[in-house]
Design a protein around this ligand. Structure first.
Ligand code: ADP
Ligand code: MG
Length: 707
């Protein structure tokens, strides 16, 4: 690691941040104890400044400073900002790493990364020997991976004597949070000190609207309403920028289109109250946006122009945009939740919590008094919005993290130190899934296959299918599919109805080219066709495919291939043989990972899932199997979309024989004896639980640092 000592004339702005006055005391506090909790209002400078202070104080002499973020966009944008402040190129002294995108080098000493990446690093290096400081940022967001990291770091570094055995210098763990729950965090981390950065905020007046009430939970009419409110602000309020909160990309794009359209009709001479304002600059902000576009968000608007940023929740705490005076709050957020109706994790639009609404409003009061316009009614606030957001660990599937913990030697995943315990049934559900994928055995121990599976940053089912293909020597079929399912949606869906028709036609033609109705095969075919094209970007444009998404898919495929090649060099890598045609081979491999997502035709167009939930599902209109009147009786699917109906998406027809031997694993009973499934299921879960407890008694608990 190079220790270049460059002079860093920082921007004057950073000295005005509330954190600056506490620079010396803060670095001292980090030196003084293993764990430290740092709190301060959003925008006070924690994320961008503290790592720089520690760098200046010489913390990089012994290792890197690592800072985790729950969101990948935040990791990337913040790294770019800090690199700019430290006057270096991103990827040199300051770098970032997110899933499938590593922008670090030998020189990198300040490394921003997603919490998922740090978790993977612990797997390879449980003592985190590269790091001198680990900063868990945005802990108040309570993301699943951050919560797991909290428990792991507590376990690894709580006992300094044990921790220092494996390294020559003590690691420092800093946990940063926007004011919430700091006592609880300190108590969790051995009653460590709390450093509070005093910050000043200005009052924000909040008003409720009339557009969204308790009856409007399922409608998306709020997009029109936020647009209307934003334009009202623009024409009737004094200068100051606007921040609009919506839930996701397509909604944001629609809102921006509407805003452009309506803003064009404003006559600034007569319609606008504040005559210093003579235009509006509309900027979208969401996760999968190209980063150069994201950078624009932070630039001050030209004189006289009002900036209006239309964002997802990312602008609530992870990123602070200066100059915001007005907030338009839709009251909704997109969240990954375990849906008990279908027994799967589903991305859903749900009302935000009251504390989240307060956080959103607070963004208007950073530098002067502000206003927050809530488009929902007081009744909606009272009846539909919970007090606090439930931590992710208590509402999503734990399959992947339980496997990670087990691979780290944390055998008793029920008694792991959680800041807030997940429900036991979620842990049992995860164990059951891992058992179904052959990742753990009946005693809860990780199998050889499980050790291979944990290496892939993919959903365990997809990994299982990929490994099956690799063992049969046909990974070239599954690697592109895994890559395509790991990037944003590749099919362009234009807003204009005519263009939509054209796009649909092209997409249908692409599906037909595969000769089979199978959405997975379509993904494979699009990947291959584009890759072999002379002019891939033109090919994409012509076929209404996102070129940027495909480019990422190419890179992801490469990275997955590298992981696979590394694992295949191990002597125990499984090898199997197969006779039959390639299309069957492809679908059979998929079945190995997706047998938990099997559905059988029930009546007409209705299918019924076979996982014990027996949910009634429909094939999504975007599927090539939609409206197909064939003998299609059995299908597997990648995910579901829940609206008033449950839709299955990315669907593939299969034969019952291919899953016949796998399905009993879902219940350990004959698949047709569905009535007795519930009882049998409990028995199975109880069995694993009991066996785990017995195993725990037999052997002393192994902790992460002993691995
Ligand atoms: P905290 O982590 O305490 O919420 P940050 O360190 O993220 O605070 O932000 C401190 C300041 O840096 C804010 O005023 C914010 O607007 C500014 N800032 C952060 N990222 C950028 C960027 N990419 N461009 C311009 N300003 C930025
Ligand atoms: Mg921050």
């Amino acid at each position: 690691m190079s220790k270049s000592s460059r002079s860093k004339p920082k921007e004057v702005g950073s000295k005005q941040l509330p954190i600056y006055q506490h620079k010396t005391k803060l670095t001292q506090a980090v030196k003084d104890s293993t764990f430290l909790v740092v709190t301060g209002e959003t925008g006070s400078g924690k994320t961008t400044q503290l790592p720089q202070y520690l760098y200046e104080a010489g913390f990089c002499k012994d290792g890197r400073i690592g800072i985790t973020q729950p969101r990948r966009v935040a990791a990337i944008t913040v790294a770019q900002r800090v690199a700019q402040e430290m006057q270096c190129t991103v990827g040199r002294e300051v770098g970032y790493q997110v899933r499938f995108d590593d922008c670090t080098s030998e020189d990198t000493v300040v490394k921003y990364m997603t919490d998922g990446c740090l978790l993977r690093e612990i797997l390879a290096d449980p003592g985190l020997s590269q790091y001198s400081v680990v900063i868990l940022d945005e802990v108040h967001e309570r993301s699943l991976n951050t919560d797991i990291l909290l428990g792991l770091l507590k376990k690894i570094f709580s006992d300094p004597a044990k921790a220092s055995k494996r390294r020559h210098f003590p690691v420092k763990v800093v946990v940063m949070s926007a004011t919430l729950e700091t006592d609880k965090l300190s108590a969790f981390l051995d009653n460590c000190p709390v450093f509070a950065i005093p910050g000043r905020t200005f009052p924000v007046t909040c008003t409720f609207g009339t557009a969204v009430g308790p009856k409007d939970l399922e409608s998306t009419g709020y997009v029109r309403e936020v647009v209307k409110v934003a334009l009202d602000i623009h024409t009737s309020e004094r200068a100051g920028d606007i921040l609009v909160f919506l839930t996701g990309q397509s909604e944001i794009e629609r809102a921006c289109d509407l805003l452009y359209e309506k803003a064009e009709t404003i006559d600034y001479q007569y319609d606008v109250q504040d005559q210093t304002v003579d235009g509006i600059l509309i900027l979208p902000l969401y996760g999968s946006m190209p980063t150069d576009q994201q950078r624009q968000i932070f630039q001050p608007p030209p004189p006289g122009i009002r900036k209006c940023v239309v964002a997802t929740n990312i602008a609530a705490t992870s990123l602070t945009i200066n100059g915001i005076k007005y907030i338009v709050d839709s009251g909704f957020v997109k969240q990954l939740n375990h849906n008990s109706r279908v027994g799967m994790d589903v991305l859903e639009v749900v009302p935000i919590s009251k504390s989240e609404a307060q956080q959103r409003a607070g963004r208007a009061g950073r530098t002067s008094a502000g206003k927050c316009f809530r488009i929902y009614t007081k009744e909606f606030w009272e009846k539909c919005m919970p007090e606090y957001t439930i931590p992710e660990i208590q509402r999503t599937s734990l399959t992947a993290v339980v496997l990670t913990l087990k691979c780290l030697g944390v055998h008793d995943v029920i008694r792991f130190p959680y800041l807030d315990c997940p429900e036991e049934r979620f842990i049992l559900e995860a164990l059951k899934q891992l058992y179904q994928f052959d990742a753990i055995d009946r005693s809860g121990k990780v199998t050889q296959l499980g050790e291979l599976m944990v290496e892939f940053p993919l959903h365990p089912g997809l990994t299982r299918a990929l490994l099956k293909a690799a063992s049969l020597g046909c990974q070239d079929l599954l690697l592109p599919v895994a890559a395509m399912l790991s990037v944003e949606n590749i099919f362009i869906r234009p807003g204009h109805p005519e263009k939509q028709k054209e796009a649909d036609k092209k997409h249908k033609a692409l599906a037909a080219k595969t000769g089979s109705m199978n959405d997975f095969a379509t993904l494979l075919s699009v990947f291959q066709l584009c890759k072999s094209s002379d002019r891939p970007s033109a090919w994409c444009k012509d076929n209404w495919i996102h070129w940027r998404a495909l480019k990422s898919a190419f890179s992801v495929e490469n990275q997955l291939q590298e992981i696979l090649l590394r694992l295949q060099q191990k002597k125990d890598f499984p090898v199997e043989t197969f006779s039959g045609n390639k299309s069957e081979l492809f679908r059979q491999c998929l079945c190995t990972g997706y047998f938990t997502n099997v559905a059988r035709r029930s009546v007409g167009k209705v299918f019924c899932t076979m996982d014990g939930h027996g949910s009634m599902v429909h094939i999504h209109p975007s599927s090539s199997l939609f409206d197909q009147e064939t003998e299609l009786n059995w299908v597997i699917f990648h995910d579901v979309l829940v609206t008033s109906r449950v839709y299955i998406r990315t669907v593939c027809p299969i034969r019952y024989e291919w899953v016949k031997d796998l399905l009993p694993k879902l219940h350990e009973v004959d698949v047709y004896e569905l009535s007795s499934v519930a009882r049998e299921e409990v028995t199975d879960e109880e069995m694993i639980k009991w066996e785990m407890k017995e195993a725990a008694k037999r052997q002393p608990e192994v902790s992460a640092e002993d691995v």
